[in-house]
Design a protein around this ligand. Structure first.
Ligand code: FO1
Length: 322
């Protein structure tokens, strides 16, 4: 049952680096298995015969405390000897894969070929790294983001890494989404939820695929526990990545108000930065409660503080509904 006793879980919907930082903040609150992070898998792709799940790995490494603090993705202190050798064989090396990181892709690919679900494999990797939070792929079926640009359709990582997000984004679609379903583990976490949080991840290509899973958005609309989002847009810009340009080219306002409108059908509250405090009345006018604080996570202390404040805000909204 939602919001029921000991099972009370905080569910965080997340993409890559920004989502991983807030998820880490929640992990630092000592929630253990009562933290469930539902992660975008539409950035996944295959390279050198391996299944790469960048957002899952970014969340996993960040919560495990081994993420590269400079990039936010990959493993701290990793080397690239394997990639250098792949280059010597004349193969493209535009996607930077570290030697230690490759171990994750090798073992994931092996277990998937043995017939394990991505959810099970992720759980095994997380347990081995000492992570108690539930890191849940949004689904077990393959879903792939395709970005429409003036030069044609591009697989997500071609757009994001190979072409450095320079193309104008005309449309986005998620190949395979119709045949995919939120995993049973995701649905269970939502059933146990005391609060649902949308991390400050790209609303179009990180949160977008999760919301596009058949039945998921309806499930959120019917939620009896508060759903709050943390705006990834601060002062008219994305904290990381191309979310600002993507929102603009797809016709959305590049502000927390634009973010609020995208989630308006299910959102109870929006956490926005002090820089955007003047937008609070317009957000409230949508029927969404605004909460203004410092949302830029510069260090690990910021992550835990923002997670704590977001949780307290959600609990306050829950109290207001009772
Ligand atoms: N992002 C880059 O900008 N360049 C890279 O070479 C790159 C390699 C990479 C390797 C493993 C991994 O887990 C993530 C990696 N990322 C890289 C990040 C990733 O592609 C994107 O941040 C996400 O897909 C967007 O959320």
């Amino acid at each position: 049952m939602e919001g029921n006793g000991a099972a009370e879980t905080v569910v965080v919907l997340a993409g890559g680096v920004g989502g991983a930082k807030l998820a880490h903040g929640f992990a630092r609150l000592g929630l253990g298995r009562r933290l469930a992070v539902v992660v975008n898998t539409a950035d996944d792709f295959e390279l050198y015969g391996l299944v790469i799940s960048p957002d899952l790995d970014t969340v996993l490494y960040t919560i495990a405390g081994i993420a590269n603090p400079v990039t936010g993705w990959g493993i701290l202190g990793d080397t690239a000897n394997t990639l250098a050798m792949i280059g010597r064989y004349g193969r493209p090396t535009w996607f930077w894969l570290g030697d230690r990181d490759l171990a994750t892709h090798i073992l994931r690919t092996e277990r998937l070929r043995q017939g394990a679900r991505l959810t099970e494999v992720t759980q095994e990797l997380a347990a081995a790294l000492g992570v108690t939070a539930r890191i849940l792929p949004m689904c077990d079926e393959p879903v792939r983001t395709i970005v429409r640009t003036p030069d044609g359709d591009l697989p997500f990582q071609e757009y994001f890494v190979r072409r450095r997000q320079r193309d104008e984004v005309l449309a986005v679609r998620f190949a395979g989404i119709e045949a995919a379903r939120p995993s049973p583990d995701v649905l269970r976490a939502l059933d146990e939820a005391a609060a649902i949080v949308l991390a400050p991840s790209n609303p179009i290509v990180s949160i977008g695929p999760i919301l596009a899973l058949p039945g998921l958005r309806d499930r959120l609309r019917r939620s009896s526990v508060p759903i709050v989002a943390v705006s990834p847009i601060v002062g008219g810009r994305a904290l990381k990545g191309p979310a600002d340009r993507m929102l603009a080219s797809l016709g959305h306002e590049v502000s927390p108000l634009g973010v609020a409108r995208l989630y308006q059908d299910f959102l109870a509250g929006l956490v926005l930065d002090r820089q955007d405090a003047d937008l609070a009345p317009a957000i409230a006018a949508l029927g969404i409660r605004p909460f203004v604080t410092d949302t830029v996570m510069r260090d690990e202390g910021d992550r835990a503080r923002l997670a704590q404040e977001t949780l307290a805000f959600a609990q306050q909204l829950r109290g207001a509904r009772a």
